[in-house]
Ligand binder design. Structure first.
Ligand SMILES: [Zn+2]
Length: 106
């Protein structure tokens, strides 16, 4: 992906230095079939960068994505900032769900 895609997306930042961006958070629409009825819902998707982006440095031409995590799928996950080695824990129940609530209305 190219760094222009940073715009309009919530950055998931390092706890040691807010200039270190570990990934991007976006809201996605999902659906599940329950007893013949399709239930649609919004969830957060966290896209993790293989290498953290340091906003103090020049933006890399291309950012490698290590993988994506969806908010409802797990209870917590740890990710290490490659800039400073600080570990951040992903809590979908707190950060993501609050963010969905605030951004959920179009
Ligand atoms: Zn960091």
């Amino acid at each position: 992906m190219d760094h222009g895609k940073f715009q309009g997306l919530k950055q998931w930042k390092c706890e040691g230095d807010p200039a270190h961006v570990l990934g991007l958070l976006r809201r996605i629409e999902s659906s599940v079939l329950v007893d013949g009825t399709i239930i649609r819902y919004h969830t957060a998707q966290l896209m993790l960068f293989k290498e953290s982006v340091n906003l103090h440095d020049a933006m890399p031409d291309e950012i490698e994505v290590a993988g994506t995590v969806e908010g409802m799928m797990l209870t917590s996950m740890k990710w290490t900032c490659t800039c400073c080695g600080k570990v951040k824990t992903w809590h979908p129940g707190e950060e993501a769900l609050l963010w969905i609530k605030m951004n959920g209305r179009r």
